[in-house]
Design a protein. Structure first.
Ligand SMILES: [Zn+2]
Length: 235
């Protein structure tokens, strides 16, 4: 074993000993059952760790991460994880959490080719195209932040429209999907006010959240009336 990974085992042994010393029975209790109230869908970025950011301990948050926190309707990995969280763990809150300074969002915005992930990030390039009138008129640094936020809002919509959430709400299960964004600069989470807790409010909540970003040709936002959730085009 090379020295670098070896030190992780040393850290691990020290951590396990400290936890057991400070809270006797910690691991025995966790072994019996996990009962997280939260599911976190976030970016794989090493700087955005669900537990540390939220002060949650092992056993308290169920996590799914991928490049740029994308939830695609045909992604069996994400959908299986969401289904397990909703139907078996019975989480009460699902948070889709993006972050400013996301390299995946930046690559999608700038059209940078980085490899196989270009195909994954195509989902975000499509969002940039769909919402171009809300993005293109902004200064470059603001474009990136806004696309990070719009990506979160869109992924909240995708989670809410999944068969898993639709079925859960249909049978009366209490579960809310939230959209947050994390600031690498200050370590703070921001709520994007796109929380959805039943099937009936999904479209209105989505539209209200997207309208937070004015179009260049809005003239005050009056023309937003034609914004539809399903439309491939935001015109
Ligand atoms: Zn990222």
């Amino acid at each position: 074993m090379t020295p670098e990974p070896k030190i992780l085992f040393e850290h691990n042994r020290a951590w396990a000993a400290r936890m057991e010393h400070e809270r006797p029975g910690f691991f025995t209790r966790l072994m019996a059952q996990q009962r997280p109230r939260y599911m976190w869908i976030g970016c794989s970025d090493s700087r955005v760790s669900a537990n540390e950011i939220t002060g949650l301990e092992p056993g308290e948050v169920f996590v799914h991460r991928n490049i740029a926190n994308v939830v695609v309707h045909s992604d069996l990995n994400a959908l299986s994880t969401i289904q397990f969280a909703v139907e078996h763990l019975k989480v009460e809150h699902i948070m889709v959490v993006g972050h400013y300074g996301c390299a995946g969002v930046r690559a999608a915005l700038q059209g940078t080719r980085i490899g196989l992930a270009d195909n994954w990030l195509r989902h975000i390039r499509d969002l940039k195209l769909r919402h171009r009138k809300r993005i293109d008129h902004l200064p470059p640094e603001q474009q990136e932040d806004v696309l990070c936020e719009i990506n979160v809002i869109e992924q909240v919509g995708n989670v809410a429209l999944s068969t898993v959430l639709q079925d859960a709400w249909e049978r009366g299960q209490k579960i809310t999907v939230h959209g947050w964004v994390y600031g690498l600069r200050d370590g703070l989470l921001k709520d994007l006010h796109v929380s959805m807790d039943d099937a009936a409010s999904v479209v209105d909540t989505f539209r209200a959240a997207i309208k937070q970003y004015p179009r260049s040709t809005d003239g005050g936002g009056a023309s937003d009336a034609d914004t539809t959730f399903d439309s491939l085009d935001d015109d």
